[in-house]
Write a protein that binds this ligand. Structure first.
Ligand code: GLU
Length: 303
């Protein structure tokens, strides 16, 4: 397989699709990004990595980090987490408050903001440093000690974080946070504000293509846990458009409002795409188009 040629062909196809969407601006620091950026990388399970376009430019991972907090919380603390967060698609926007009241402070899934706040709280409870745990994991899997939190993005989000603060306080009112709300929010904003490239994230994503085994051969997740994380990615990983993403792409994946999407190629590796223009649901327009073109060209899919 000529991965390099494949990436160039796929990106050409994606660029012919109409529309580019708009970068997120509800976190003001994110609006400063170059809206024309576009990069893509594939990392194979045996550690080869191929990229095209802006594949080595760090961007704000935002909700892609929720995949790593989930995996680390399961690795450190096992199934207890599932008493505090569900695993059903929410059918609502990622930052919605409405279901929390009728469902007594148990968020629908780990990838909407409410669920991610509970997972961050769990990781903080288990490790004492949720953002440090995520950053160190990314550095180790990508072999890049330069991966860092972008403090300007984290503080920009904190200054405009009324919705997340409301979610966290509401969850705490049901007794579903173990740490102080301010500390959970600070760790959440910081892990969302980690800057990493398509290259980095494709390398990191390999553990989900290898049934939970890390780059150094050690095991992060059991086979069953890795299957479960992939299942929740497929059903809940791309906001309120996970059905459309499964229909067009057919892979487990997690998107973020920074414009990144990390998708798993089971048994084969991981692919990361970045294009900051978002569609109505919050997914990268070029990213979804590129993953659609990739799976159409290769037939790679979980189906
Ligand atoms: N930090 C962002 C927020 O909480 C993440 C959103 C996202 O990427 O989905 O709004």
């Amino acid at each position: 397989m000529d991965y390099q040629q494949l990436l160039h062909d796929v990106m050409d196809t994606a660029l012919r699709a109409p529309g580019r969407g708009r970068p997120a601006d509800y976190i003001p620091a994110l609006a400063a990004v170059d809206p024309t950026a576009f990069g893509m990388a594939i990392a194979t399970v045996d550690g080869e990595v191929y990229g095209a376009g802006d594949w080595e430019t760090p961007f704000s991972v935002q909700s892609v980090s929720k995949l790593f907090t989930l995996a680390l919380a399961l690795a450190e603390g096992g199934d207890e987490l599932w008493k505090r967060v569900g695993r059903e698609p929410s059918g609502n926007p990622f930052n919605s408050l409405v279901q929390l009241e009728t469902e007594h402070g148990i968020p629908r899934n780990p990838f909407i903001n409410a669920g991610a706040l509970v997972v961050t709280d769990r990781l903080l409870e288990l490790t004492g440093d949720a953002v440090g745990a995520v950053r160190d994991f990314l550095r180790a899997e990508a072999g890049n000690d330069g991966i860092e939190v972008d403090d300007a993005v984290a503080s920009s989000e904190a200054r405009h974080g009324h919705r997340n603060a409301a979610l966290a306080h509401f969850i705490a009112s049901y007794g579903n946070l173990r740490n102080p709300v301010d500390s959970v929010l600070a760790h959440y904003y910081a892990h969302c504000a980690i800057a990493a490239s398509c290259r980095d994230l494709a390398l990191v994503g390999r553990f989900l293509a290898s049934h939970g085994v890390r780059a150094d051969g050690s095991r992060l997740l059991t086979r069953s846990e890795a299957k479960r994380v992939n299942a929740v990615l497929l059903t809940c990983g791309t906001y309120d458009a996970a059905g459309e993403f499964a229909f067009r792409v057919g892979l487990p994946g997690k998107s973020g409002v920074g414009g990144g999407i990390l998708a798993v190629l089971p048994g084969r590796g991981a692919v990361c795409v970045w294009g900051p223009g978002l569609d109505q649901a919050g997914n990268s327009v070029l990213g979804v188009a590129a993953l659609d073109a990739l799976t159409t060209a290769t037939g790679w899919s979980v189906f």
